[in-house]
Design a protein around this ligand. Structure first.
Ligand SMILES: N[C@@H](CCC(=O)N[C@@H](CS)C(=O)NCC(=O)O)C(=O)O
Length: 220
């Protein structure tokens, strides 16, 4: 088997999802760091969207973190990260979709609406309600286990973890508070921080703050 190649950027939360998956599944891989401010031509010829992560496995190119992670989980079955039952698989995908289309959309609004106090207080309230929804509809319904789907870590945990890592930067930049109702999510986050996959990919909050500040400067 050829070593899997992953084209990544240390600061990219989407690439982090895939790097975490490789570590959780104990896959051997070659990590290729790409300078996204100065993308080399060879990278643009590999990455159709010019984005990381991209994976090359057995000569095939796969991109988009959620698709890569499902692909690698299906192909390398020894340590499965998705449930077997179709309904449970659908539930996992619903929670990953919630991350993309709700949690991340609301988080991004804090960046785009920075400076508008009225909109920011609405954004913070919406983000809080989204977290309370996750707490009540997912974590409080789990009968056992600290993970998103219960006892076993899954693709859903890897989907959210990089963005919870960045929560402390959002607290610092925008005063976002962890809702006091979200105790089980807090327990999950504590558990995730103990994983090797997290410890080997985490960056200090200062670096996230710098990156978000530069994103906001480029917006204005
Ligand atoms: N939906 C993509 C998002 C990937 C993405 O936005 N990557 C960023 C870095 S975090 C990137 O490569 N940006 C370069 C660019 O847009 O030019 C995924 O899940 O893989």
């Amino acid at each position: 088997m050829e070593t899997i190649k992953i084209y990544s950027s240390a600061r990219c939360p989407y690439a982090q999802r895939t790097r975490m998956l490789m570590i959780e599944k104990e896959l051997s891989f070659e990590l290729i760091e790409v300078d996204l401010r100065n993308k080399p031509d060879w990278f643009l010829s590999i990455s159709p969207y010019g984005k990381v992560p991209v994976v090359v496995d057995d000569g095939e190119t796969i991109y988009e973190s959620a698709i890569i992670n499902e692909y690698l989980d299906e192909k390398y079955e020894d340590i499965p990260l998705m449930p077997k039952e179709p309904f449970e698989r659908a539930e996992a995908r619903i929670w990953m979709d919630y991350c993309t289309n709700k949690y991340l959309v609301l988080s991004r609004k804090l960046l785009t609406d920075n400076g508008n106090d009225e909109l920011q207080s609405q954004n913070k309230e919406k983000l809080k309600q989204a977290m309370i929804y996750m707490e009540k509809e997912c974590f409080e319904k789990n009968e056992s286990g600290a993970f998103w789907l219960g006892e076993n870590i899954s693709l859903v945990d890897l989907h959210y973890a990089p963005f919870f890592e960045r929560f402390s930067a959002f607290k610092e930049l925008f005063g976002v508070e962890w809702p006091e109702e979200c105790l089980k999510i807090k327990g999950w986050w504590k558990e995730m921080q103990e994983r090797d996959s997290y410890k080997m990919t985490v960056l200090p909050t200062d670096q996230h703050i710098d990156l978000y500040q530069s994103i906001m400067r480029n917006m204005s």
